[in-house]
Design a protein around this ligand. Structure first.
Ligand code: C6P
Length: 407
């Protein structure tokens, strides 16, 4: 008997229970954004109904309550990631902003002409473009580690690209386009041995596995709340405290200062130094609720369930003539990206939607990996903890029906 009751968990997610085009919704787009449990929705509703005040600013009751909830959420996330201190948790708009924060604040202070930033071929645009921008500004150089045909990282080539000028390795924990899980612990060990720092893009990592940032040894770990069953517009940058303390701010404004005069401004210590302006208070509180919700589940059992659904769905799709799965790395999680011979992914996505099945189609904001896999786009079914084998049956049925229509 599984320690994870998926049917019970599905009741926690109200949006799942609706009809789309007259059919029961099958939601297979959690890599784009996951649905939210009632606890998140209710916590945010209660905040706006009862508290709704700015944080760190007022002495009145409502502001104190808002501050307590906001800082409480930071501690919930600290515990969830097993960070050593709540001061290592910086709230951002999401993974994208977290990476831009590091590339700007750390990059401007530390990168010089000829320094190297090592990426991989499977990065999301969010973990490519910010580094290109800072490379242009500083004269640093981008290096890219290749991947194998199955979508796994070529570790030999990766290691060979590490050198005395490597300052930063920025790598996805899990590829959003292929589902590949990168050996981040090993990557971190190797990078550290070469004196480089590592930023892990955890946008697709945290939704599928428990992450312990201390055990990983990550210098920075970026994540998005909305993919972790929390609200949109909120994310986290975990950074080792010594690194954050040594970094200058990247945005100026209220709440990130200690003293301001026209002559000179003294900055607040982290995390406030990196949270200029009124933050996304309800979002942070909602994300705190999301990780508290996840704490009520047995994550190993959830993971086993997700893997079962992934394997079951993969086997079903492989039986359909004309279907080719893109990204078959061993140990992959969360994602089945595929092509159907003779059918454009966008047409397929629309046809699946007519059957109530929600998938994403396109390049998934990862154009280089699409080029590497010699495809221009795929159809992607991505899983959340609430998906079932029945969802995979519905996907396969809808796929067969759609293929009939197009042939
Ligand atoms: N990937 C997808 O459908 P933001 O937009 O900041 O929340 O996350 C950006 C991001 C960064 N890294 C990875 C690995 C990601 O998958 C994403 C977001 C979504 O795959 C939207 S493009």
């Amino acid at each position: 008997m599984s320690r994870f009751d998926v049917e019970a968990a599905r009741f926690d997610f109200p949006t799942l229970h609706q009809k789309v085009k007259g059919k029961d919704l099958v939601y297979l787009d959690s890599a784009a954004t996951a649905h939210k449990p009632k606890l998140v929705i209710e916590t945010m509703r209660r905040f706006y109904q009862m508290d709704n005040a700015n944080v760190h600013r007022g002495v009145h009751e409502l502001s104190e309550r808002a501050t307590l909830s906001y800082e409480g959420a930071r501690r919930d996330i600290q515990r969830y990631l097993n960070a050593a201190s709540h001061r290592e948790i910086v709230f951002t708009r999401g993974t994208t902003e977290a990476i831009n924060l590091v590339s700007n604040a750390w990059g401007r202070a530390n990168l010089h002409e000829g320094d190297e930033i090592l990426l991989t071929w499977m990065e999301h645009h969010s973990n490519i473009v910010p580094w290109q921008l800072i490379a242009e500004a500083t004269g640093a150089v981008i290096k890219v580690a290749p991947i194998h045909d199955d979508g796994s990282l070529d570790m030999e080539a990766f290691e060979a690209l590490l050198g005395p000028r490597t300052r930063m390795v920025a790598v996805a924990h899990v590829s959003n386009a292929l589902g590949t899980v990168n050996p981040v612990r090993r990557i971190i060990e190797l990078a550290h041995a070469h004196g480089a720092l590592v930023l892990v893009d955890g946008a697709q990592g945290v939704p599928h596995m428990r992450v312990d940032v201390q055990a990983l040894g990550a210098d920075f770990y970026a994540l998005s709340g909305h993919k972790l069953y929390g609200p949109t517009g909120i994310g986290v940058l975990y950074g080792r405290l010594a690194l954050l303390e040594a970094m200058p701010p990247w945005q100026g404004g209220g709440d990130m200062i200690r003293v301001v005069t026209f002559e000179k401004t003294e900055y607040a210590p982290p995390p406030a130094r990196f949270e200029a302006g009124t933050p996304n208070i309800s979002g942070a509180i909602g994300l705190g609720a999301a990780v508290r919700y996840l704490n009520t589940l047995d994550f190993d059992a959830v993971h086993a369930h997700e893997l079962d659904v992934l394997r079951y769905g993969t086997a079903l799709l492989e039986q359909i003539p004309g279907v080719r799965i893109v990204g078959t790395a061993e140990g992959k999680v969360g994602v089945i990206s595929f092509l159907v011979e003779g059918v454009h992914p966008h047409d397929l996505g629309t046809a699946l939607d007519m059957e109530g099945v929600a998938v994403r189609t396109g390049h998934h904001c990862a154009q280089p990996v699409m080029q590497r896999m010699a495809v221009f786009a795929t159809t992607r079914a991505s899983l959340g903890l609430y998906n079932t084998r029945e969802d995979m049956d519905r996907l396969a049925d809808a796929l067969r029906k759609s293929i009939e229509v197009f042939r």
